[in-house]
Structures are given as structure tokens and as C-alpha cells.
Design a protein around this ligand. Structure first.
Ligand SMILES: [Zn+2]
Length: 76
């Protein structure tokens, strides 16, 4: 009987030491494909995601003034 519950290693193992439980974690990029990560690397991934969202907000911040410095939010 084939082993369908093969242990999957953290996809970031080898970058920094893994720590904690390795589990499939939901995709943050919207691809829908879960990736196995350990607790430590999952936390690190969430931190990165938060930083990316801070740097590239999907919506203009509430205090964004389009007239300020002549900048526009949507540069199309
Ligand atoms: Zn890891």
C-alpha cells in the first residue's frame, strides 16, 4: 500500500533552521496551492507578507492626497 501521507519538508528548509511543526499552510499569493512550512518559516512568511502589504497597499491610504506633489496613485 503506497504511503500517501509522505512527510513533506518545509519548503524553506536550508535557508534558516526550521523550528516547530511542518504543516501545509494556506497560500498568501492567491494561487490556492498550500505550501508546507514549519512554524518558524510560516511566521517569517507572514511577516514578509505584512511588510509587502504595507509597502504596496492595494488601496490608497485614507490620508493619501492625490494633489500632493502631483503624484497619482494609479499610474496607468
Ligand atoms: Zn522551515
Amino acid at each position: 500500500m503506497p504511503d500517501t501521507t509522505t512527510h513533506t519538508d518545509c519548503i524553506e528548509r536550508g535557508t534558516t533552521p526550521c523550528h516547530g511543526t511542518v504543516e501545509p499552510r494556506m497560500s498568501l499569493s492567491g494561487s490556492g496551492t498550500p505550501f508546507s512550512r514549519c512554524d518558524r518559516h510560516w511566521d517569517a512568511r507572514l511577516d514578509r507578507e505584512e511588510e509587502i502589504r504595507r509597502r504596496y497597499p492595494q488601496h490608497p491610504p485614507a490620508d493619501f492626497d492625490p494633489t500632493y506633489a502631483g503624484e497619482r496613485w494609479d499610474e496607468d
